[in-house]
Write a protein that binds this ligand. Structure first.
Ligand code: TEU
Ligand code: CA
Length: 557
């Protein structure tokens, strides 16, 4: 067992395999496609690759519904392809983190097929089965993807729980046999030599016994049961058991995806002395541009909320746990369209956002296409969209009487397909992603935004990210330093410093398309006696007046 904490200096790159690179013209990204782009990732400087699920799946939720944990999805390739990919990564000094989806399986997984066949089947208790209540569902919980969280099955006249789609039944972690099966499966992958796991909604696995009703809000069909399954009563016991039984035996990194967690929860999950996981993904900063009622209810970001939130996580985990840093993943809209400007200031604001995040403490994650400033899309027809969350929401909201235009606007701003349009490699048809018909429409801006263009321009977002990633390896202050938020009340500039021994970093980021100034004599004096470590535009003078989307990092020793 190694305990080198190598993940503290590493930057992780997330690949969504379906949309990364298609090697055989069927319009679907695949493992051979990934292998063909490893040199590109090496050039970017990342050390770790997190691969979204590549396991056998009927793809109700693009692989987050697993039918067989130890088989590769046929559309992506074979186990031989996988082994080759892992070897090719390791040859280049790249590490591989796999997605671990064990809150639920596919309803086509053999365990579930057995489980639903009869009440006395040995696998019955691998899932949550309950009798109906007064001819209705066992409780009032809603699914994260709309509708009830329960599905009736006539074979045994009972309902099963599914917090996501009805093709994603929740596993019952109360059952020790289930837990042992999961650990066995994890060892199968770790023994192949993979370097860690990203654990899908892993803080959902412990449910409050009795599964009590949630509080029903006026105008809603189903209640939010989160109180009874987020960070539930046995969650830390399960995480510690998994660590003891499996994780502790390997030199790996682990990150738990955990909606509904606070910094206080995060310390419990990530404090090294507690032996759970290395870091978690928080959702708090991704919820700031939502009005009450969930992500589809749009609200502009107030920068002060973002500053307060990231400040809380930076200071709350310092010395007590470890942060993961992210703006993007396969579930989130593109950050340059969201908190930046995807028109006139696309490149500049993309670099500004990268600067703001990458100078913080934690392990940064770059999502495919972020490094070239890929943007959201606005497809005209609902039929151009694929995501099950989007489709279910559309049905539910039209039933509730929302206008088509309003629902489409929510999809344009928040839909997950924004992140899932194919990676743009060059300016040829389909952005070089496929020679066939892509499974999801390509972003029409591929002529202007693509990897080929980025690699040819030494001022591109790509090379800027390359520098940010490099600094983290060189400068301990980035990984270790204290964090201090400056000028909290400024409505447009995100300013903070980092201090470590005799060193200091001062980070200034303008989140607006206007010239902005900070009035602060002492700070002005400080930057004037510091060097510019990196900036996203020429620095003609060291000043606290920032042009639109300016980002400057000063460094003093
Ligand atoms: O996401 C968990 C999760 O909570 C998301 O559903 C999130 O709330 C939503 O995407 C916001 O729009 C994980 C995976 O990352 C996601 O792709 C899966 O669909 C989900 O779990 C179920 O496995
Ligand atoms: Ca393919």
């Amino acid at each position: 067992k190694g305990n080198t904490e190598w993940w503290k200096k590493a930057t992780v790159y997330q690949i969504y395999p379906r949309s990364f690179m298609d090697s055989n013209g069927d319009g679907i990204g695949d493992i051979q496609g990934i292998i063909s782009k490893l040199d590109y990732l090496k050039e970017l400087g990342v050390e770790v690759i997190w691969l979204s699920p590549v396991y056998d799946s009927p793809n109700d939720d693009n692989g987050y519904d697993i039918r067989d944990y130890e088989k590769i999805m046929a559309e992506f390739g074979t186990m031989e392809d996988f082994d080759l990919m892992l070897a090719e990564m390791h040859n280049r000094g790249l590490k591989l983190v796999m997605d671990l989806v064990v809150n639920h399986t596919s309803d086509e997984h053999e365990w579930f097929v057995q489980s639903k066949s009869s009440k006395d089947n040995p696998y019955r208790d691998f899932y949550y089965w309950r009798k109906g209540k007064d001819g209705k569902e066992p409780n009032n919980w809603g699914s994260v993807f709309s509708g009830s969280a329960w599905e009736y099955d006539e074979t045994t006249d009972e309902y099963y729980l599914h917090l996501f789609t009805k093709k994603q039944p929740d596993l019952n972690w109360e059952n020790p046999k289930l837990r042992e099966e999961v650990y066995k499966m994890m060892r199968f992958w770790l023994d192949k030599g993979i370097d860690g796991f990203r654990m899908d909604v892993v803080n959902f696995i412990s449910k409050v016994p009795g599964l009590p009703d949630g509080e029903l809000q006026p105008g809603q069909l189903y209640a939010d049961g989160g109180k009874y399954f987020l960070n539930g009563p046995r969650i830390h016991e399960f995480m510690q058991e998994m660590n003891r039984e499996v994780l502790s035996k390997y030199d790996i990194m682990t990150v738990g995806e955990m909606p509904g967690t606070t910094p206080e929860d995060a310390v419990l999950y990530t404090n090294p002395e507690r032996n759970e996981v290395n870091m978690i993904f928080t959702f708090e900063h991704m919820d700031l541009d939502s009005a009450p009622g969930g992500k589809w209810n749009l609200k502009p970001l107030d920068l002060v909320d973002l500053k307060d939130n990231l400040n809380k996580w930076q200071t709350g985990l310092h010395g007590k746990g470890w942060n993961s840093l992210y703006w993007n993943n396969h579930d989130q809209p593109r950050i340059v369209s969201r908190f930046g400007n995807d028109q006139e200031y696309r490149e500049k604001s993309a670099k500004m956002l990268g600067t703001c995040l990458h100078m913080m403490q934690g392990t940064p994650y770059v999502y495919q296409g972020e490094e070239i400033g890929m943007t959201n899309v606005r497809f005209e027809n609902l039929s151009d969209y694929e995501d099950v969350e989007t489709m279910n929401m559309y049905k539910e909201r039209s039933m509730l009487g929302y206008a088509h235009e309003d629902i489409m606007e929510s999809i344009y701003v928040k839909g997950r397909d924004n992140a899932r349009t194919p990676m743009l490699w060059d300016d040829s048809e389909n952005g070089g992603f496929t020679t066939g018909t892509p499974w999801l429409r390509v972003n029409p801006r591929y002529l202007e935004i693509n990897v080929k263009q980025a690699l040819a321009d030494k001022n591109s977002i790509f090379y800027y990210y390359q520098k940010l990633i490099g600094f983290r390896k060189e400068l301990d202050i980035i990984t270790e330093g204290n964090f201090k938020l400056l000028h909290r009340d400024h409505s447009a500039i995100f300013a903070y410093n980092r201090t470590w021994n005799n060193e200091k970093l001062i980070v200034l980021c303008n989140f607006s398309d206007q010239v902005q100034t900070i009035e602060d004599e002492a700070l002005l004096h400080e930057i004037q006696h510091a060097d510019v470590l990196i900036a996203n535009d020429e620095v003609y003078e060291k000043t606290l007046t920032l042009r639109p989307y300016d980002a400057v990092v000063y460094y003093k020793k």
